[in-house]
Ligand binder design. Structure first.
Ligand SMILES: Cc1cc2nc3c(=O)[nH]c(=O)nc-3n(C[C@H](O)[C@H](O)[C@H](O)COP(=O)(O)OP(=O)(O)OC[C@H]3O[C@@H](n4cnc5c(N)ncnc54)[C@H](O)[C@@H]3O)c2cc1C
Length: 491
């Protein structure tokens, strides 16, 4: 059973859901193809490993080569948006300028308008300059160390603070794509198809004809033919699909960056006054790293340290934005036995400066927890799993000689791999989101970032998807492509 539609979107996460809803609202016939299952609220929020495995790519076990860093991505309807902590941040102006340096020039006013349109749906007030710094024991401890903290912006309503955000919100309070963009798209007759993995792109002379899809429930292959195709499988997955389809083999998968992170736990003798469910979460941004408060116990698979009773523990994450030095490939085995080794490999090594940033970030996080009264601090270090006093932190940076000295290093924020820019020899995607050399193939997800955004990426992926919808619509008008009937028909 093949399918025809006007626009086929691969992936239903931050990029795919926004572009699908915008295109459907503009009157296009849209089909969204999603590899993962569609889980309803009652099936979410369970942090048992078997439950988490249903939501994450590779069951939450995707790691960089030689298993040195866990790379977490959603694999369900709504994509990674279902698994986020709902933290929202705009890209810093310096990053916007870096993008422009690659020829991916997102004009300030246009980008600002796109952020506002997204924030309206996510029920977020636009960012305001900080007026009054928060007054909590943790904020006071950070201030005593010379760091002013800010409250994280989060896209959620009346959160009960169960700390299971990374297993999806069973209360329906987190405004992920299944509660926002996908219903908007469906209201305009877009069709969302779960359990459908797109395996290959059929193309000739810069024009895509169809996608080879696998219906995972029925174990059947079928084709989706369309006028325009939008790849929104996320960093790692979109480059993987391009590589498997023989598109830009030398460039796709290169220039992958991460916000790499580890978790630090402060254990207190008595319950903490600032560990209440509805308290705002704080962050401190320093050169090279960010320290950010998490709800405890964090529910991310593979990186879930635990240290006693929830009320007695404060969890902080140290997040280091990396340079775009990572690489996604199909691996050496693929060249010999493509059917067996048909899975992306991620290669990434922390640079010296990034390791040092972890040293500085861990020192600040642990010092702040001690200053707030922690009896001991659990560190993600092979050689110092528990610090019992601030003196133990003196030689902390020296304990980080290698990436393997860090325990449970992970990233929920892979970016790049199909970098956008104006150079047809260097970049995969053109500034209008079209794959270089193609007339009807677009990439609209975190893989287009030429460098990492250095903050939580979801809001920026969505803002770019909002802008991309204009480009995807415009191409059809320019090229005068045939418009098939609005509802994708089977043939
Ligand atoms: C645990 C966790 C916590 C996070 N917390 C935050 C946070 O608080 N704030 C924030 O800003 N960001 C957060 N992020 C990151 C954020 O969710 C992502 O940056 C963002 O969703 C990326 O959007 P995307 O469209 O590129 O990919 P995704 O949202 O990951 O969507 C890609 C979708 O495409 C599907 N797909 C991939 N390949 C195929 C294929 N071949 N065929 C069919 N379907 C396919 C995938 O299954 C997936 O559903 C978090 C991520 C995780 C995993």
């Amino acid at each position: 059973m093949n399918l025809r539609t006007e626009v086929a979107v691969v992936g239903s996460g931050a990029g795919g859901s926004v572009v699908a809803s915008r295109l459907a609202a503009n009157g296009a016939g849209v089909v969204v193809l999603e590899r993962g299952p569609w889980l309803r609220e009652r099936e979410l929020g369970d942090t048992a490993p078997a439950q988490l495995a249903q939501l994450y790519r590779d069951g939450g076990a995707q790691t960089s080569h030689e298993t040195e860093m866990t790379v977490l991505q959603g694999c369900c309807v709504g994509g990674s948006t279902v698994l986020t902590n709902a933290t929202c941040a705009r890209m810093p102006e310096a990053v916007r300028q870096q993008f422009a340096g690659f020829g991916f020039d997102l004009a300030e006013e246009r980008l600002d308008a796109a952020y506002r349109r997204i924030e309206e749906v996510l029920d977020l007030a636009p960012p305001t300059p900080r007026t009054e710094p928060p007054r909590t024991p943790l904020a006071d401890a950070l201030r005593s160390l010379g760091h002013e903290s800010e409250v994280l912006r989060q896209a959620r309503r009346r959160c009960p603070g169960c700390a299971a955000c990374n297993a999806g919100c069973r209360f329906g309070r987190k405004l992920d794509a299944t509660l926002t963009w996908l219903p908007l798209a469906q209201r305009h007759d877009a069709r969302v198809m779960p359990d459908v993995a797109v395996r290959r792109i059929l193309h000739r002379r810069g024009h895509v004809r169809a996608l080879v899809c696998h219906d995972l429930a029925r174990r059947a292959e079928f084709l989706v033919e369309a006028e325009r195709f939008v790849l929104a499988g996320g960093a790692v997955n979109t480059p993987e699909l391009l590589l498997r389809s023989g598109i830009h083999r030398r460039r796709a998968g290169r220039r992958t960056s991460f916000n790499a992170s580890v978790t630090v736990l402060g254990e207190f003798a008595a319950p903490r006054p600032d560990a209440h469910d509805d308290d705002p979460l704080l962050q401190v941004a320093a050169p090279g790293f960010v320290v950010e408060q998490l709800r405890y116990p964090p529910s991310t698979p593979g990186s879930t340290p635990s240290a006693g009773f929830p009320g007695h523990v404060v969890a902080l994450s140290v997040l280091v934005p990396t340079a775009p030095t990572g690489e996604v490939s199909l691996g050496r085995g693929h060249r010999v036995l493509p059917r067996v080794f048909d899975h992306a490999e991620i290669r990434f090594v922390l640079a010296n400066a990034e390791r040092q940033a972890f040293g500085d970030g861990l020192t600040l996080a642990a010092s702040a927890l001690f200053a707030a009264g922690a009896a001991q601090v659990h560190l993600p270090l092979v050689s110092l799993p528990i610090a019992r006093s601030p003196r133990d932190l003196d030689d902390l940076p020296l304990r980080l000689r290698d990436q393997r000295d860090l325990v449970r290093l992970g990233s929920c924020h892979p970016q790049g791999g199909a970098a956008a820019g104006g150079d047809v020899e260097r970049d995969v995607v053109a500034p209008d989101f079209r794959v270089h050399g193609f007339d009807n193939l677009f990439v609209v997800d975190a893989s287009v970032f030429p460098v990492g955004v250095r903050v939580h990426p979801m809001l920026s992926v969505m803002a770019l998807a909002d802008l991309a919808a204009e480009s995807v619509s415009a191409v059809a008008a320019r090229s005068g492509l045939r418009t098939p009937p609005r509802h994708g028909s089977s043939c």
